[in-house]
Design a protein. Structure first.
Length: 162
């Protein structure tokens, strides 16, 4: 039964990655949902910190492969977020939906902050506006979608009682 639960979680993870590269470009907004961060956070709470950092690194490498101008920034950001999320999972990943929304919000905003600062694509006023306006909006949208997924995908990722 545990293997079936793991398989369902892996399928959900793959679907979120596919959504990131198929649905997200259709919105083309400065503040859009980040399915890769949701996938990372959902995976990170189910594994140890080292494995979560590895998953984050691989997801970041996938992102970096499409943006060679900032190569390495997404890998670093996803690695830090994955490790931190896994380390903090006992604190945040309870059955409290507002706490989970805050977890997704902080994860996305933290990713954006690390990515933008390390990537050095924006500087000065543009960086401040991005970090204080657009990134929190994107984090709020990502948190809403993450909570939606937690509520509606919970039957898929939890084991059924016999």
């Amino acid at each position: 039964m545990n293997m079936a639960r793991a398989l369902r979680t892996i399928v959900l993870f793959a679907v979120l990655i596919a959504l990131h590269y198929s649905v997200r470009p259709l919105f083309a907004a400065r503040a859009s949902v980040d399915f890769l961060v949701i996938a990372l956070l959902l995976a990170a709470v189910r594994v140890r910190p080292g494995a979560a950092a590895l998953v984050g690194f691989l997801l970041g490498l996938l992102m970096d492969s499409l943006r060679p101008g900032t190569f390495g920034a997404a890998s670093l950001a996803m690695t830090v977020i994955g490790y931190s999320a896994s380390w903090l999972k006992p604190v945040f990943f309870a059955d409290n939906l507002p706490l989970n929304a805050f977890f997704f919000f902080v994860g996305k905003w933290g990713f954006d902050a690390i990515y933008l600062i390390v990537g050095q694509r924006l500087q000065g006023r543009e960086l401040v506006i991005q970090l204080l306006l657009w990134s929190p909006l994107a984090a709020a949208i990502t948190a809403a979608v993450g909570v939606f997924l937690l509520v509606f995908a919970r039957p898929l990722t939890e084991s059924r009682s016999s």
